[in-house]
Design a protein around this ligand. Structure first.
Ligand SMILES: Nc1ncnc2c1ncn2[C@@H]1O[C@H](COP(=O)(O)OP(=O)(O)OP(=O)(O)O)[C@@H](O)[C@H]1O
Ligand SMILES: [Mg+2]
Length: 234
């Protein structure tokens, strides 16, 4: 099969319990967010997911990224059903196949740009000198070769997101999951970040799922899916 991610009949409910004032009993509340998601993403394919705030886009991305498990349904990553795996197996399949980018970069503040990019390689046990060399090349690809030693605080928003992209792609993942990666950037930086991601997508045969509110960005993807009432519409 050529799918990197495939899910069928995926449901997700948030279950919260809370106490009312002057009442000791627990009140349980279930919010059904995803109500039957079917989705297949091919290797190298780019997909945008759009939809109103609160419709469940981040929830869906967390399921696709094996960060959370669905209430019911099947999710296959590279043909393995992740809903049946234990914590350790899930961590491995995530590390071997997926990478994430978020709206607020999530960089480690006390580490330089290059150290942030090196981190996933060091965690994998790759030799420090090799990791540094590879990270230098990756920073070059995202246009930041001159800012390798900068701390995140000494970089602009667009530059920080470039470091996050370099860090996400340094391990050659099969699929990039991005939750509003340009949500914190001005239009010019947003465009340039997306162009960089698309270029890397073509070079590395990288599949990607991008959650975005920006129509211009969504239009650059191979497919646009609208999440509405817990389901995906083409
Ligand atoms: N921990 C939680 N407990 C209960 N409900 C939650 C929880 N987290 C999220 N929700 C609810 O689930 C729904 C989907 O949330 P989600 O964050 O996936 O939406 P979203 O589409 O990413 O929104 P946005 O565009 O604003 O980021 C929302 O109605 C939200 O209030
Ligand atoms: Mg969200």
């Amino acid at each position: 099969m050529n799918n990197i991610i495939s899910c069928s009949e995926v449901f997700y409910n948030y279950n919260n319990s809370f106490k009312k004032k002057n009442d000791l009993s627990n009140i349980k509340k279930t919010t059904s967010v995803l109500k039957g998601i079917d989705l297949s993403i091919n290797k190298g394919e780019s997909v945008a997911i759009i939809g109103e705030s609160g419709c469940g886009k981040s929830t869906l991305l967390n399921l696709l990224g094996a960060i959370d498990k669905p209430s019911s349904g099947k999710i296959l990553i590279n043909n393995t059903d992740i809903t049946k795996l234990n914590e350790e197996q899930t961590t491995k399949i995530r590390a071997d196949n997926l990478s994430f980018i978020y709206q607020f970069y999530h960089l480690l503040k006390t580490f330089s740009a290059i150290e942030n990019v090196m981190m996933p390689l060091l965690i994998k046990g790759i030799d420090k000198n090799k990791a540094k060399e590879k990270s230098k090349n990756m920073l070059f690809k995202v246009g930041l070769e001159n800012k390798a030693e900068h701390l995140p605080n000494n970089l602009s928003g667009g530059e920080r997101q470039r470091v996050a992209i370099a860090r996400a792609l340094i391990t050659n993942p099969s699929c990039l999951l991005a939750d509003e990666p340009t949500g914190n950037l001005d239009a010019k930086n947003a465009k340039s970040i997306i162009e960089t991601i698309i270029e890397l997508n073509q070079q590395q045969e990288l599949a990607m799922v991008i959650v975005t509110h920006d129509e211009k960005i969504a239009e650059k993807m191979d497919r646009i899916l609208i999440l509405s009432d817990g389901k995906l519409q083409q």
